[in-house]
Design a protein around this ligand. Structure first.
Ligand code: PLP
Length: 369
């Protein structure tokens, strides 16, 4: 699905040098490499504060801890997402309220959010799924109107731009009260292990997030609040600094690969190519097709037999996962159900070339012949 080896080969010298420098420095935790990367990401995202942490799931957890919500408070999340988004809500003894998504963009459906808001609702966590921003402007208005927190899960859309109706452009992850991201190796901006970060423009919130990620202290051995231990290590930060310089190029490569797939699959009546929303650029963390007709699992099997990987993101609605059974009152979310049965993601990464794509395209098309 990804080709991290070729990507590394293209910058091997630079990476090796940077990693060895960190090892040589012995400043493995919170060293200058972390501070440098933090400042570079703030600059790139045009956000006041980036708070690095150990992974994207921690970023979401720390963000929700920082909101200091009462037990049982409701947090609205899409049912069609990676488990981490809802997991941290349940972990903190809050109540995930799973809502349906839009069929075309796969992102949280504004009207479903509106309907789900009740007296115990405290926050909304939209996910910028597969590389494209949720429609933030109306969501921000809704959040403000109901005095709700808005926490963005930007694990899959690093580098994507959202355009407001007045023409203002903002990076995903910088529009809500807090943005969260993951630097898992296969992400658009990924390191060589685990990593994550939170983003905010609010100085007081930044201070709180930083404290929670560091055992609730801002002064050594003075623990003002209950926190966790969640750090981005210096080696990962050094790798991320090198890859951040290339992120725009990586995302352009992904878009070019998506265009190439689109041109081939646009004419296959059984397939729906990814919809690009007018308010967001798409950074194609995933290239996800919807099978209008035909057996999706048979297609995946057919591709596997020809040595072509394909993944199902996501096969089961979150409310049907055993772990979340307690939050499900019954009743299905029709779009989530439909997508879980019909989506298939093809190989997508910054090193994908037309020759590889031709092979994939040929195999997919031959399935429908
Ligand atoms: C939408 C979404 N949220 C959260 C995460 C969690 O990130 P991590 O794996 O770094 O904990 C991921 C990625 O794995 C993700 O895709």
């Amino acid at each position: 699905m990804v080709d991290l080896k070729t990507q590394y080969e293209n910058m091997r010298e630079e990476i090796n040098r940077a990693v060895l420098e960190v090892i040589d420095s012995t400043e493995y935790i919170n060293g200058p490499a972390v501070k440098r990367f933090q400042a570079e990401l703030e600059q790139y995202l045009q956000v006041n504060h980036v708070i690095p942490c150990a992974n994207g799931t921690d970023a979401l957890q720390i963000a929700l801890m920082a909101l200091d919500l009462e037990p049982g408070a409701e947090v609205i999340v899409p049912a069609f997402t990676y488990v981490a988004t809802a997991e941290v809500i349940a972990l903190l003894r809050l109540t995930p309220v799973l809502v349906d998504v839009e069929e075309d963009t796969f992102n949280i459906d504004l009207e479903q959010v509106r309907t789900a808001i009740g007296p115990r609702t405290r926050a909304i966590v939209p996910v910028h799924l597969f590389g494209q921003s949720a429609d933030m402007e109306p969501l921000l208005q809704l959040a403000e109107q109901h005095r709700l927190y808005l926490v963005e899960d930007n694990a899959q859309a690093m580098g994507s731009d959202y355009r407001f109706s007045d023409g203002t452009v903002r990076k995903t992850g910088t529009m809500g009260h807090i943005g969260c991201t993951s630097f898992f190796p296969s992400k658009n901006l990924g390191c060589y292990g685990d990593g994550g970060a939170m983003m905010t423009n609010d100085a007081a919130m930044a201070q709180r997030l930083r404290m929670i990620a560091n055992h609730g202290q801002s002064q050594l051995y003075h623990h003002a609040i209950v926190g966790v231990n969640s750090r981005l290590d210096s080696i990962q930060a050094a790798v991320l600094s090198i890859k951040l310089k290339r992120l725009e190029q990586y995302n352009a490569n992904r878009r070019r690969a998506a265009d190439y797939y689109d041109a081939a699959f646009g004419e296959v009546p059984q397939l729906r190519i990814p919809v690009r929303s007018p308010y967001s650029t798409h950074v194609f963390h995933q290239y996800t097709l919807v099978l209008r007709e035909g057996d999706r699992d048979a297609l995946r099997q057919y591709l596997a037999e020809r040595g072509i990987p394909a993944m199902i993101y996501y096969p089961i609605p979150l409310y049907k996962q055993q772990a979340f059974a307690g939050y499900w009152a019954g009743g299905e979310l029709p779009v989530t159900e439909y997508l879980c049965r019909r989506v298939i993601s093809l190989p997508m990464h910054s090193e994908l070339n037309p020759a590889q794509q031709d092979q994939i395209i040929e195999a997919v098309k031959s399935f429908f012949k």
